[in-house]
Design a protein around this ligand. Structure first.
Ligand SMILES: [Zn+2]
Length: 410
């Protein structure tokens, strides 16, 4: 992997298009200058064009030279990739997606919409409807035919969803341009729902607005008037922080105290509060998460997550596949993998519980049950242990009856 990193760094250094772009820009400048000269003095046209020939030829040669370097860099990197990641055939006799083509189409369309690729999404949806996907399950894949109705795909074409995402991108672009107002306005409009979800977004945005004003014109680039700097921040707090007092009194007090240190913030205990290095990215991430969750969507695109999780799982699955094939056994469970795949924390969305008695993962039909002693087993294990009557906990001396056990919601 280290060799690949080195090769990638070389590729970034040598094979980027910045030189080509500069040289193309130079050609454009020469052409524009010539046009300007001819406009000024139409009689000079032939001599201006004649003078242009050599520099232009030289310019094009230079662009080709630049591009050659780029091609060479890509070639070298391609060879390094082949050498370091030898090609491994993937088994194609299992295609878990073949039985759910419409679902896959929906995931792709949704991904494009939430990435702001509205034009591509709309073309994709049109073509998906003109050529409805064929349901073709393969042996060895989950056969239960569940797929979405065509109407659900049509609903993605609705302007409403598109408008919502386009609104999200407008606000995110404003945040990039260091303008918090549209985001704050959105959070205020949705404050009730955000608060219900325990979200701090509206306060976080307002707090950053306060800090941003506090830092003053030399940093925020806003006009140097009464609405900026320390007085501007104070005014902002007076006008806007009232609504947050019940939930964020302590934070507001800290911000107020920090004002006393305005002349030497860097050395004060508040320098972290006023360090905006990551604050803008943080509020953008929180905003995207809350925006999507109010639409009933996860912050990250499910397609992106599924593809990444799949890439992480692939080596383990290939190994499993090889073993299954060699031993000529079959993969019998369809809802769960026979091996554990360790995914990063950010990719785990709900807790699971494995019954310590049966070693099975609990499900809606077989939920985890807690006995009065605090130990937890799956419902089926509990029934098996108790046979309906008084029984002893398998992990401690306590005795109880099944009706005393309570279901645990994960
Ligand atoms: Zn117990």
């Amino acid at each position: 992997m280290d060799t690949l990193q080195i090769e990638l760094a070389k590729l970034r250094r040598d094979a980027n298009l910045s030189e080509s772009i500069q040289d193309v820009d130079k050609i454009l400048e020469q052409l524009e200058a010539a046009r300007e000269a001819i406009v000024q003095d139409p009689n000079s046209a032939s001599i201006t064009l004649a003078k242009l020939q050599n520099p232009l030829k030289h310019g094009f040669d230079k662009v080709n030279e630049d591009l050659n370097k780029v091609h060479k860099g890509h070639n070298t990197y391609g060879k390094a990739l082949n050498k370091n990641l030898p090609k491994q055939e993937l088994p194609f006799d299992i295609d878990g997606l073949a039985s759910r083509p419409a679902l896959i189409n929906r995931a792709i369309a949704m991904h494009l919409l939430r990435e702001g690729q509205f034009q591509v999404a709309s073309t994709f949806l049109e073509e998906a409807q003109e050529n409805p996907p064929q349901h073709s399950p393969m042996p060895g894949t989950p056969n239960s035919f569940y797929d979405i109705e065509d109407t659900e795909l049509t609903s993605l074409k609705s302007r409403e969803l598109q408008d919502k995402f386009s609104n999200m991108y407008t606000i995110l672009n404003q945040l990039k341009a260091r303008n918090l107002h549209p985001a704050i306005e959105w959070a205020r409009e949705n404050s009730e729902e955000l608060e219900k979800r325990g979200s701090n977004l509206e306060f976080e945005l307002s707090k950053l607005q306060f800090v941003w004003l506090f830092l003053g014109p030399s940093i925020n680039g806003l006009p140097n008037d009464a609405n900026n700097g320390l007085p501007g921040a104070l005014l902002y707090a007076q006008q806007n922080f009232q609504r947050f007092q019940a939930r964020f009194l302590k934070d507001i007090q800290q911000l107020a105290t920090a004002m006393a240190f305005s002349s030497n913030l860097g050395d004060s205990p508040y320098n972290r509060t006023f360090d905006t290095a990551t604050a803008w990215d943080d509020v953008s991430t929180s905003f995207t998460r809350e925006f999507c969750s109010l639409l009933g969507l996860s912050a990250e695109s499910p397609l992106y997550l599924a593809a990444t999780a799949g890439a992480i799982a692939l080596p383990t699955l290939l190994k499993l596949y090889a073993i299954v094939k060699e031993k000529r056994t079959e993969w019998t469970t369809s809802a769960e993998l026979p091996v554990e795949i360790a995914l990063p924390k950010s990719m785990i969305f709900h807790a699971i519980f494995v019954c310590p008695v049966s070693k099975e993962q609990t499900t809606d039909e077989n939920p985890p049950m807690m006995m009065p002693c605090g130990h937890v087993v799956a419902k089926e294990s509990l029934q098996r242990l108790s046979k309906g009557g008084k029984f002893k906990c398998p992990y401690c001396p306590s005795e109880s009856i099944p009706s005393q056990a309570r279901e645990i919601i994960l």
